[in-house]
Design a protein around this ligand. Structure first.
Ligand code: ASP
Length: 315
């Protein structure tokens, strides 16, 4: 079959829940809703602009993303890998909650690093809201997934395309609730067209084979925070519970309260891997020659935790 005859390649929408699939009893209620109520087909049906676009849908999970789990991550990565391997699939769209988007996006990029686009999208308002953002975000996400030159895991919300590895949720309520620290946006979607600024995410995939099927097999890694009056209490509790890693959300450029630092040094001596990230919304933790704990670079504490888990699984 020559190119002229070949059918248009399709987009697969993998739905996982979130506010984009949420409903409230009262149409004007933007906060008192229940996430993860509508199915993948309902989300697509709410977007008139998608009529005629070759799409497939699959419900991979149905959760508020605050409850995202290793189990769902593994299944989502597997389903995405399955569809990406199909010649007739141009790209994937994942509908998700905004709360843990930066973690799921980071995870998917590290394990899949796909040569086709995997586009995560979400909404800050439920499907019943007067000013619902889900349908436009889904339409934009499909437009990005159809872009021939797009690849890697990216996130599209409020007309902005972000590199999933750089994403952070920066606002609790606004429709444009995301940022990428100093890195800024990759592209914008304007009336279905992309305006590109930077390169798409690239890298070597870690693959899926090393991910435990049993969620209990994932290494325990906890996040502790440095702050005024910090103690070693949570570090000691984590040690007693048998964690394998700790990510500290440090102040500023990775500085730590002396009391917390002492507890973390003891944990490290006991074989627990300790990484430093920052509570700041932008910037890397810059390394110094006398550092006791490695820096997690520009990763948010939640992303650093994902990376440390992946490294512990592969060690
Ligand atoms: N709690 C919701 C979720 O993450 C918030 C949202 O989607 O905006 O699923």
């Amino acid at each position: 079959m020559n190119k002229m005859q070949s059918p248009e390649r399709r987009i697969v929408v993998l739905a996982t829940g979130g506010t984009i699939a949420g409903t409230a009893a009262r149409p004007g209620d933007n906060v008192g809703y229940v996430a993860a109520q509508l199915g993948a087909d309902d989300l697509v049906a709410a977007v008139p602009g998608l009529a005629g676009t070759p799409l497939e849908t699959e419900q991979v999970a149905q959760v508020d993303s605050k409850d995202m789990s290793f189990d769902i991550w593994r299944r989502l990565a597997e389903r995405a890998a399955h569809h990406l391997a199909r010649d007739e699939v141009a790209g994937i769209v994942v509908t998700h909650g905004t709360d843990t988007l930066e973690e799921t996006g980071y995870f998917l990029q590290r394990v899949l690093a796909p040569r086709k686009p995997v586009v995560l999208t979400a909404a800050m308002r439920p499907a019943t809201a007067l000013l619902r953002d889900g349908p436009q975000n889904l339409l934009d996400a499909v437009a990005v997934a159809r872009e021939p030159q797009a690849h890697g895991v990216v996130v599209v919300v409020a007309g902005v395309v972000w590199d999933a590895r750089e994403l952070r949720k920066t606002h609790t309520y606004r429709l444009d609730a995301f940022g990428a620290g100093d890195a800024g946006w990759l592209a914008r979607v304007e009336e279905g067209r992309l305006r590109r600024q930077r390169d798409w995410p690239a890298g070597e995939p870690l693959g899926l084979a090393f991910l435990p099927v049993d969620p209990a097999g994932w290494p325990a890694v906890e996040i502790v925070t440095s702050h005024a009056g910090a103690t070693g209490l949570l570090v000691q509790a984590a040690r007693a519970a048998g964690v394998r890693g700790l990510v500290v959300a440090a102040t500023g450029n990775g500085s730590l309260h002396t009391t917390l630092e002492a507890a973390l040094r003891e944990a490290q001596s006991a074989g627990i891997v300790v990484w430093r990230s920052s509570r700041c919304l932008a910037g890397a933790v810059l390394p110094k020659p006398d550092d006791v704990f490695p820096t997690a670079g520009t990763l948010t504490p939640a992303q650093a935790r994902v990376e440390l888990m992946l490294q512990l699984l592969r060690a």
